[in-house]
Design a protein around this ligand. Structure first.
Ligand code: FES
Ligand code: FES
Length: 154
């Protein structure tokens, strides 16, 4: 059965019509046009769909949209404040941590959640944090490097 819900995404409250089984990923991409959040495996294994919910990195393919009203959701589109790239975005570009870019939004949001909580994260902590985010292109070294350099710059 369809129902109208309100979602707080990137600081804006928007109304969307959803069915009980719609995932947050599905609603972000198809109902709200926020296609920066990627659909990879669609079952919690790749990290491509990572968003922040109340500041924590979560897999939007494993969350039901009907459970999200009242919770603050942030997607990659919300990171660019006032036309400025977030330091993590800048660092990913500067350090060659993006190739096809499919994993990048999830990587950056996972790293943001980590650095917001632990600005002095060690390399081991960065690796552990990004352990659920798969990248098929870069070999990971540039990504770890980009997060370390962003942490230093922040
Ligand atoms: S699409 Fe959600 S974890 Fe892969
Ligand atoms: S840059 Fe292609 S999957 Fe990571």
């Amino acid at each position: 059965m369809k129902k109208l819900i309100q979602l707080n995404v990137n600081g804006d409250t928007r109304e969307v019509i959803v069915e009980d089984h719609y995932t947050l990923l599905q609603v972000l991409r198809t109902e709200m046009g926020l296609t920066g959040t990627k659909r990879g495996c669609d079952h919690g294994a790749c990290g491509a769909c990572t968003v922040l919910v109340e500041g924590k990195a979560m897999l939007s393919c494993c969350l039901l949209a009907v459970e999200m009203p009242g919770r603050k959701i942030e997607t990659i589109e919300g990171l660019t404040g006032g036309g400025q790239l977030h330091p993590l975005q800048r660092s990913f570009i500067d350090n060659g941590a993006i190739q096809c870019g499919f994993c990048t939004p999830g990587m950056i949001l996972t790293a943001k959640a980590l650095l917001d909580e632990n600005p002095k994260a060690t390399e081991e902590e960065i690796k552990r944090s990004l352990g659920g985010n798969y990248c098929r292109c870069t070999g990971y070294n540039q990504i770890i490097d980009a997060v370390k350099k962003a942490a230093a710059a922040m």
